[in-house]
Design a protein around this ligand. Structure first.
Ligand code: CP
Length: 307
């Protein structure tokens, strides 16, 4: 199956996911050999309307490892003609004349899909708006589970934090819902729980899920603990969620005792205080390994869009 653009996680079929994982394994071998020059004629444009460290750098690193080149604006809101009132659509039409793929972080939900509708080259959603999607983060998360838990069928995953606005957990739920016997535990204060559109999708796909607010109860049951931030501005908006409630979702050495010996702790990063630095040395902490997988899966995705 060939994808023309990547704007949402629902686009990926199971065979496509497995194909990408195999390709990402090949990419690891290529990176270990020092990269390739096979894609030296290709140019990737990265157009970021919101800040990013991991997504932008890992896509750019992926492109360079493939032998290609990068043109980039990391603050498109200020340093592109958007500043003069140019529409996203016009910008994408023009940038498509300068590049072979556009990696777009939009500040609007649906921005990547709008861009894909007018683009002459593949558009990849690098995160769109608050509560939108981040499909390539979900791909690298799923690839990490595939590598470290070994099987995705039957996996039990707790997603914790601000699930209402979190685009990474939304995209990951879409992908996990495609596998067999997966169990999803959404752990958040009620105001920040996973939105109904995702719950409806999971119900339609016969994927088991539960809404919880007590992390200590859930931790011993799961294979993967996927932690996300609860930002200070979100706490400020929701008077009933005070710092004490938010901190009951924080992971420290005591909480780690409740996780299985072979469990995984994942986080899309950046983190605030939701995972104590003391937890980093625990071999179950996979969040920095996730970032390396991000380069491999993004290399695989770029190659699969061009072949
Ligand atoms: N995980 C992630 O999207 O990080 P960045 O915002 O740094 O790209």
């Amino acid at each position: 199956m060939k994808l023309q653009h990547v704007y949402e996680a629902q686009q990926f079929t199971l065979p496509k996911l497995l194909e990408l994982f195999n390709l990402a394994d090949d990419m690891e071998r290529i990176v270990n050999r020092g990269g390739t020059k096979d894609y030296q004629s290709k140019i990737m444009a990265s157009l970021f309307y919101e800040p990013s460290t991991r997504t932008r750098f890992s896509f750019e690193s992926a492109m360079l490892r493939l032998g290609g080149s990068v043109i980039s604006t990391e603050r498109a809101q200020e340093f592109s003609s958007v500043m003069l009132g140019e529409s996203l659509e016009d910008t994408v039409r023009v940038v498509g004349n300068y590049s072979d793929v556009i990696v777009l972080r939009s500040n609007e939900i649906g921005g990547a899909k709008r861009a894909a509708e007018v683009s002459s080259v593949p558009v990849i959603n690098a995160g769109d708006g608050k509560g939108g999607q981040h499909p390539t983060q979900a791909l690298l998360d799923l690839y990490t589970i595939h590598k470290e838990v070994k099987t995705i069928d039957g996996v039990k995953v707790a997603m914790v934090g601000n699930l209402a606005d979190g685009r990474t957990v939304r995209s990951l739920a879409y992908l996990l819902g495609k596998f067999e016997r997966v169990k999803l535990y959404f752990v958040a204060p009620p105001a920040l729980q996973m939105k109904q559109d995702i719950l409806d999708y999971l119900a339609r796909h016969n994927c088991w899920f539960t809404l919880e607010s007590d992390l200590k109860k859930v931790l011993p049951e799961v294979d993967v603990l996927y932690v996300t931030r609860i930002e200070q501005e979100v706490l400020d908006q929701h008077e009933k969620i005070n710092r004490e409630i938010a901190s009951s979702f924080f992971i420290n050495a005591e909480m780690m005792k409740l996780l299985r010996p072979n469990g995984l702790v994942m986080h899309p990063l950046p983190r605030l205080s939701e995972i104590a630095p003391a937890v980093d040395a625990d071999p179950r902490s996979a969040y920095f390994r996730q970032t390396r997988n991000g380069v491999l899966i993004r290399m695989a995705l770029l190659v699969s869009l061009w072949e």
